[in-house]
Ligand binder design. Structure first.
Ligand code: G3H
Ligand code: 13P
Ligand code: ZN
Length: 333
């Protein structure tokens, strides 16, 4: 058993309480490899932003769980080396799908876990979440749960209201499970194709897709029912058009990729939403930079020469999110 405290990590409790009060959101950036982790830590150290390092089940399989635990420990030390005296870093399991996986993460140094029972019938989601909370809290590990289903690109009814979190369920769910934060569904979804073209309108000037707005009325009702309770938004990448364009003009093919407009995330960050999940934008930044090197310098085969520019681009992206979208800069001095 490795406790997150030994590694120098923190859980989400105080971080979220401060963010809800302060009207900003903590960045939750996914990582799978060294360059992403370096970029996240550099961006957060330079802006003094608290951060949640997210690891999905797939990332854990990809990177190896032992290596990951030491990477997180290394991240804390690296942050200090960069001059960040008191780094506020959470290591979080993203979309945990079983009690066993959550337990294993608690035992290997994670300071926060998500148990995602959102696809289960309500009572089963409650029972599973409650079981994870009981275990995790014994070790001071905080738990994120989910209620409502995020639409997926494969759904016929992406961003359909029927998927939204039902405000009338949230008090009962939080009370019964004891979870520390709640991921809700108000129209965001995962990946780079969050909406189908037919769900969007077109900007007459640019011809670009304009997605439908998030359901802020549902968020408001949830906030009213759970005053001050930490709310989480998944699927919050903006899918920056400049990255999509670089990818498409350098041999890639991402037709009609569309994300959540940043002004809507800015609005959400000022509310009870205190954790905003971003993964796809980092993938796009990395892919755009790598594709550019491959096209412009076809003779290049040193990975540092294409992963280096990818890392630089990710630092730029993360700092932009922290300063201009989430407002978390300067909150972990
Ligand atoms: O919510 C999903 C995250 O973007 C993680 O994706 O399962 O491909 O690692 P992944
Ligand atoms: P994006 O695909 O919008 O980046 O969402 C990531 C996420 O929600 C991870 O849990
Ligand atoms: Zn997610």
């Amino acid at each position: 058993m490795v406790s997150y405290k030994e590694i120098g990590l923190v859980n989400t409790r105080a971080m979220f309480a401060k963010a809800v009060k302060g009207g900003y959101a903590i960045p939750a950036f996914n990582f799978n490899n060294m360059e992403q982790l370096q970029a996240i830590i550099q961006a957060c150290a330079e802006t003094k932003s608290p951060v949640i390092l997210q690891v999905s089940k797939g990332a854990r399989n990809y990177a190896n769980q032992t290596l990951l635990r030491y990477m997180a420990e290394g991240a804390v030390q690296y942050a200090k080396e960069l001059g960040w005296k008191r780094p506020q870093i959470v290591l979080h399991l993203d979309h945990g799908d079983s009690y066993e996986l959550c337990k294993s993460c608690v035992q290997t140094g994670f300071s926060s876990v998500m148990i995602d029972g959102s696809a289960l019938p309500y009572d089963e989601n409650v029972a599973l979440t409650k079981k994870v909370v009981r275990y995790a809290h014994r070790f001071g590990v905080t738990v994120e749960a989910e209620l409502g289903v995020l639409a997926g690109v494969e759904d016929e009814v992406a961003a359909e209201e029927s998927h939204y979190t039902k405000p009338e369920e949230v008090v009962d769910f939080v009370t019964k499970t004891g979870c520390d934060s709640l991921a809700i569904s108000i129209g965001t979804s995962h990946g780079a194709y969050k909406f189908k073209p037919e769900q969007c309108t077109r900007d007459p000037k640019t011809g670009k897709l304009v997605p439908p707005p998030l359901a802020f009325d549902v968020l408001k009702q949830i906030e009213k029912k759970l005053p001050g309770f930490p709310i989480v938004l998944h699927g919050s990448s903006s899918v920056p058009q400049e990255y999509v364009d670089i990818i498409n003009t350098h041999g890639g093919k991402l037709p009609d990729a569309v994300g959540i407009p940043e002004e809507q995330l800015r609005k959400a960050a000022k509310s009870a939403v205190c954790k905003i999940n971003i993964d796809s934008d980092s993938r796009l930044a990395m892919t755009a930079a790598v594709r550019k090197v491959f096209v412009e310098k076809p003779g290049e085969f040193d990975p540092r020469k294409y992963l280096g520019p990818a890392r630089d681009e990710m630092v730029k992206l993360y700092k932009h999110k922290i300063i201009n979208v989430l407002g978390s800069d300067g909150k972990a001095k």
